[in-house]
Design a protein around this ligand. Structure first.
Ligand code: HEC
Length: 94
């Protein structure tokens, strides 16, 4: 018998796929780090800034929807870190 699942989390699925395609090679399959740092809990703001390119991280061309999906996925991996970052971002943009 099939269990009835709650609402499908398409955004997370999408984000996980996008993350695996574009980011996992450097940041690890679960974003815990590898050739790049641990980025679990990264917010949309973090993703937008990082994908413009950093020291060793190449610029990565993504649509806004892709950036959002990846951020949603990364935040779901570490909700506490994400919540803290969002509070901090709210303070500095005030
Ligand atoms: C070619 C390897 C590589 C790829 C691919 C890559 N990154 Fe990175 N990323 C890095 C490195 C290395 C850093 C550390 C900063 C630096 O030296 O550039 C970094 C830093 C970051 C940071 C900042 C972390 C911090 O603590 O400041 C975020 C956020 C990030 N990456 C997100 C992503 C996302 C999202 C993707 C996929 C869309 C991605 N990265 C793809 C190598 C990569």
């Amino acid at each position: 018998m099939f269990a009835l699942t709650p609402l499908p989390l398409w955004a997370d699925d999408q984000g996980q796929t996008q993350f695996t395609d574009h980011c996992a090679a450097c940041h690890g399959l679960h974003a815990l780090g590898g050739n790049g740092p641990d980025i679990q809990g990264s917010t949309l703001n973090d993703v937008v800034i990082a994908t413009r390119g950093m020291d060793q991280m190449p610029e990565i061309d993504l649509s806004e929807a892709e950036q959002q999906a990846i951020a949603t996925y990364l935040m779901s991996l570490a909700p506490e870190i994400a919540a803290q970052k969002l509070r901090f971002e709210a303070q500095i943009t005030r």
